[in-house]
Design a protein around this ligand. Sequence first.
Ligand SMILES: N[C@@H](CCC(=O)N[C@@H](CS)C(=O)NCC(=O)O)C(=O)O
Length: 298
Amino acid sequence: MPEQKNYHLKCTGAALDTVNKHTEDQDITLFGSCFCPFVQRVWCAAEYLQIPYKPSCFAAANLTTYTDEVDPYKKPADLLEVSPKGLVPGLKLHKYTPPRGLNESTVILEYMEDLAANTTKRSLLPADPYARALVRLQCDHISRSLVPAFYRFLQAQEESAQIENGKEFRAAIESLVALFERTEKEIVQGGGAAGVGEQRALGVGLGLWLEGGDLNLTDAMVAPWIFRASNVLKHYRAFELPTGPKFEAWIDRLFAHPAFKATCSTEELYIDSYERYAQNRPNTSQVANAINSGKPLP
Ligand SMILES: N[C@@H](CCC(=O)N[C@@H](CS)C(=O)NCC(=O)O)C(=O)O
């Protein structure tokens, strides 16, 4: 029997370069792990919003270099202090005495957005309340449907379940595209824009779906799973992402975006780290257990 692969503990490629660029102490310590998509969400948002942070290596708290990544499965005390379930990502906020913690990737994303509004003045959201609500609808769909569908598909062992769950994951991507189209229609095309300049202005904060757009909250929320669909699901489930010029252009912009690219390790790291999900090994993770028992994700 071939040797089983295990998850990696150290970033590779561009992600490792990024870790090495952030060795100074900052107000924010980001507890992460190299393979975790929930971490990559907030990591690429921190890069985009230009929020200073120091990545943390809590698996070996006495390490003075931060090139290693964290092992969330070992649940070291300093992770549990900021994230009660011992899940990454977690933030330690040193501006408070004593320092405070924050967990949950979606909450951390909103926190960073609010922080940036007062500091770097960068943003992942449009200004208009209705447009913001449409972006949040997209994010809600990602949390509720697309992310669980990814794990159901990857963990399915029976061929019939793999076919069924593959369809479910594809449908979740298609529903996200439908929400993109709705947003584009209602905000950019329905705004009575007088010309290209005005259309561009209306598109600010609507993300990379729009040509000439920039990374937004939805992109950060979903990019890690779309990326893992392109390598992990392709490798283990022969999955192919949808095709078509608009979808492919979005994927190209997403994967090439400097803030996202800076948080990507090399493909092998993901393939290795997800073998345990693809084989649905017992006690792979809290997420895997939730999927197997039909419970909501932790
Ligand atoms: N709802 C959490 C989920 C985070 C999560 O599941 N992280 C995984 C790594 S990808 C983890 O820390 N797993 C540790 C475990 O399962 O014990 C969030 O959005 O932050």
